[in-house]
Write a protein that binds this ligand. Structure first.
Ligand SMILES: *Cc1c(COP(=O)(O)O)cnc(C)c1O
Length: 464
């Protein structure tokens, strides 16, 4: 066999437009933090050097997308741009009916209205906040049934930590009756525990289980392309398949999919409902007319739909995904080399640092992950996001505090936006903070906002 040399290992794009970012001094950052009450969501974006608070809507678009936008058909009904988006979504999802929405949460809202039922369980691997909130408002009971390894930030690396544990789902039926569950939702990749993928075998098994118990299966598919890449590279039998063949197989097992196109749609706004249930499609048309916009735009402009039609196709290619996943892995590998405790393996859209192991001296009720977010901004002007006691903590019916299993800081990596040099800044700052980790104390929440489930967006803190 001749040796195959490949020196073409860099990004699959070059840069055509640049956006300046601003350096700040430590004094400026301390002042900004005070004004923001130590909540990263309340910082001004222009005071952030490298912004890793989310991968949502922060994508850089391609030349193909920008040029497609000029073709945007802004007709109210039946725009050409809608039919292009419909065709692109049909190709990626392999399902017939496509309803655009203004964002993923618009799709979540409509899906929850139809599939979540008062007093019934809505089961998922780990529900995304917006579905969770919608289900609660409707009086449904959202439950997470991810495998145990997915709930332990220090568990050894496993290929598919986003998988659903069907034994946990079965137990709900055993305890509460055959008709206790109104819907099962698989989130791909599983954002809440590290952007961890779900295997095709698990999607298939959950689908068979759902069919046997006559429960509809929905896939929350914001990061469908990243999930497909992991299946291709980790699951036996998929190495030679095309990414779009894999996405179509994933969705062949479900009845309906919702999508926030701000992630793997490679656009800055928008969402989708895609379904093979004609009754639900008609229902979503009516709901869209009331809440989103007419059936053929659902809150998106013609140019938005053009960019999304192209973005869905670009995201589901090896060339794009190889670069994308390699960049996130680069950040994970470098942090691990420095001994920093992260969730392993690296996920699809960011690196999740385990704040319990990072700051063992800070108890969970003093918000260790939040403290780490503040430290990273203080030191380097880098903005990450807390996914722990503040975001997922709350109170039970008697008002007793509930603390989540996972206490993480997510460093999200925006698509096609930063270079590995930017990621090196994160690594260097994290290395410094880790070396000084014993000197840190926790935080006290001094303001929460009116809705506990949404407090991470509004909360205020003090340093202890
Ligand atoms: C972002 C996201 C949503 C909500 O979508 P928006 O576009 O932010 O409204 C729903 N589910 C998942 C898995 C997401 O990542």
């Amino acid at each position: 066999m001749p040796e195959i040399r490949d020196f073409q290992t860099a990004e699959n794009f070059r840069i055509k437009v640049v956006e300046p970012i601003k350096k700040t001094t430590r004094a400026q950052r301390e002042e900004a933090l005070k004004l923001a009450q130590y909540n990263a969501f309340r910082l001004k974006a222009e005071d952030v050097y490298v912004d890793c608070i989310t991968d949502s809507g922060t994508t850089a678009m391609s030349t193909e997308q920008w040029s497609a936008m000029m073709l945007g058909d802004e007709s109210y009904a039946g725009a050409k741009s809608f039919y292009k988006l419909e065709a692109s979504a049909q190709e990626v999802f392999g399902m017939p009916y496509v309803q655009p929405t203004h964002q993923g949460r618009g799709a979540d809202f409509i899906m929850a209205q139809y599939y979540a039922k008062p007093g019934k369980y809505a089961v998922g691997n780990m529900h995304f906040d917006t579905f969770h909130g919608n289900a609660e408002i409707l009086g449904a009971i959202p439950v997470d049934c991810v495998i145990d390894a997915g709930l332990d930030a220090s568990s050894p690396a496993e290929d598919f930590k986003g998988d659903i544990d069907l034994k946990k789902v079965q137990k709900i039926l055993d305890d509460h009756g055959e008709d206790a569950i109104s819907v099962i939702i698989i989130t791909v990749t599983c954002n809440n525990n590290g952007g961890q993928p779900v295997s095709m075998a698990n999607i298939r098994a959950v689908s068979e289980f759902a069919k046997a118990h006559k429960i509809p299966l929905v896939i929350d598919s914001a990061r469908l392309a990243e999930n497909a890449w992991f299946i291709k590279h980790r699951e036996p039998g998929y190495a030679d398949k095309d990414i779009r063949e894999i996405t179509r197989e994933m969705f062949s097992y479900c009845e309906t999919a919702t999508m926030s196109s701000k992630k793997d749609g490679l656009v800055n706004i928008g969402g989708l409902i895609v379904t093979r249930n004609h009754d639900f499609y008609l229902y979503s048309n009516v709901q869209a007319i009331v809440h989103e916009g007419f059936i053929t735009y659902g809150g998106q402009s013609g140019r938005d739909m053009e960019a999304l039609a192209v973005g869905l196709r670009e995201a589901t290619t090896d060339a794009y995904l190889d670069t994308r996943i390699a960049q996130v892995k680069y950040l994970g590998d470098r942090l691990r080399e420095k001994g920093i405790p992260i969730v392993e393996p690296a996920g699809g859209h960011g690196i999740y640092v385990d704040a319990r192991r990072f700051f063992p001296q800070i108890p969970q009720y003093e918000f260790p992950a939040q403290r780490l977010v503040v430290a990273l901004y203080e030191e380097a002007g880098i903005r990450a996001v807390e996914m722990g006691a503040c975001a997922f903590g709350g109170k039970d019916a008697e008002g007793n505090p509930i603390w989540p299993e996972l206490e993480l800081m997510r460093i999200s990596v925006s698509r096609r936006v930063y270079t590995n040099n930017h990621l090196d800044c994160i690594v260097n700052a994290m290395e410094y903070i880790y070396a000084h980790r014993d000197e840190y104390k926790g935080m006290k929440m001094i303001y929460e906002g009116p809705i506990t489930a949404l407090r991470h967006f509004t909360a205020g803190f003090e340093l202890l």
